[in-house]
Design a protein around this ligand. Structure first.
Ligand SMILES: NC(=O)c1ccc[n+]([C@@H]2O[C@H](COP(=O)([O-])OP(=O)(O)OC[C@H]3O[C@@H](n4cnc5c(N)ncnc54)[C@H](O)[C@@H]3O)[C@@H](O)[C@H]2O)c1
Length: 359
């Protein structure tokens, strides 16, 4: 495996203007922070319509502590971005002319597409919106990059591990044929196909990233890794379907961002376009996740349930290609990454509780 020191990437990112479409979300703001630290210029274009302040403030199902905690998470995203000099434009990427204005103003050299309903469950509830947020926004990005391939050297598309569908063995790699199921995974797969078509037909430099089951500070997407901690903190049981034997390749956001930064810095030309699994690279059970919550929040209640019939079958995404080509080296197993995140959550929740009680 090549050793490519992370710090050496700074020289490659210097002078790059990187536009993150849908970049105010969980992955986007973390990527923006890291790219800014690595010396790149960064702008976010986001209309804040998913997992946002307004949605959060007016959600009737939220209790006051959760609302306060999420507002704190979202506000801290913005303060950190501002402190790091990241610019943000409020722009609906479904509207070509609006996104076009951002492209004209910023003149990016790289574009990362992140806009989506970033949950297969939510996407199933609103298939039309899922299609628009993933694919209309992507169409606009590709159409704006197409006439500018001399200036924009790379378009990165955030796909998903769900494109693989149910795993046949323990591990998949990028040569495994995708068998996506459901609207979210199929829209991701269509997105990948579109991106590759624009590369072969119009010469765009492209990179496709397939992440899996992310967790980390300031996430409000309510995936299992976040829900479990909140349930532990609020006395609700952690439901373990089939005893919690389902497996996911849980990945700490810091590992994903390291991989993305490497893929952005090391991309030389349209010829080195590639698809990368960027995950921790070792699937773990839901029960193992729950055990860590129980250790950090001892009052946590674990409750077993029968396995759902249509539960997706997952496993490990091999990161060998990213290791070989990008020098990617995941650093955060569940024992350190998820523990650190849980600890952070407990503290953040306590702060939110005090604020909510003062109101
Ligand atoms: N988080 C994960 O575990 C995970 C795993 C695999 C893939 N992904 C993919 O990575 C990407 C980012 O995920 P995330 O977790 O940061 O999600 P997120 O919901 O936190 O962020 C998505 C962002 O896209 C923005 N957006 C949506 N529609 C838009 C529009 N029309 N114009 C401008 N902005 C718009 C939202 O406002 C939001 O800020 C998504 O494409 C998601 O499908 C995420």
């Amino acid at each position: 495996m090549p050793h490519i020191p992370y710090d050496s990437l700074k020289a490659k990112l210097k002078g790059q203007r990187i536009l993150l479409v849908g970049g105010a979300g969980f992955i986007g703001h973390n990527l923006a922070m890291e790219l800014a630290d690595m010396g790149a210029d960064v702008m976010i274009a986001d209309n804040l319509m998913v997992n946002s302040m307004i949605e959060n403030s007016f959600n009737p199902e939220q209790d006051p502590i959760q609302r306060q905690a999420y507002l704190d998470f979202l506000l801290s995203r913005f303060s950190i971005l501002r402190e790091k000099g990241v610019q943000l434009r409020n722009c609906d990427a479904r509207i070509l002319i609006d996104l076009g204005r951002v492209f004209e103003e910023y003149r990016p050299t790289k574009v990362v597409h992140l806009a989506a309903i970033a949950s297969a469950v939510d996407a199933k509830q609103e298939p039309g919106l899922c299609f628009d947020l993933q694919l209309i926004t992507l169409r606009n990005v590709l159409e704006l990059v197409r006439p500018k391939v001399d200036e924009i050297n790379q378009t990165m598309f955030m796909s998903s591990s769900t494109v693989y569908g149910d795993f046949e063995g323990d591990t998949v790699d990028e040569t495994t044929f995708p068998r996506p199921e459901g609207i979210y995974a199929n829209a991701k797969f269509m997105g990948e196909r579109l991106v590759r078509t624009y590369r072969t037909q119009y010469g765009l430099g492209t990179t496709v990233i397939r992440p899996s089951a992310l967790y980390g500070e300031r996430c409000i997407s309510q995936r299992v890794s976040q829900k479990f901690i909140e349930n532990g903190l609020t006395g609700k049981p952690l439901l373990l379907e089939g005893g919690g034997d389902g497996r996911l390749d849980f990945t700490y956001i810091k590992d994903l961002v390291q991989g993305q930064v490497r893929a952005l810095a090391l991309h030389e030309s349209p010829d080195d376009s590639s698809t990368f699994n960027i995950t921790f690279g070792n699937a773990r059970t839901i029960k193992e996740l729950a055990d860590i919550v129980k250790e950090i929040v001892p009052q946590t209640i674990l409750e077993e349930r029968p396995r759902a019939v249509d539960k997706p079958i997952r496993g490990t995404l091999s990161t060998e290609r990213a290791q070989k080509i990008l020098g990617f080296k995941p650093e955060w197993p569940l024992e350190t990454g998820y523990r650190q995140y849980c600890q952070w959550y407990v503290d953040a929740w306590e702060k939110a509780k005090r604020k909510a009680n003062d109101l």
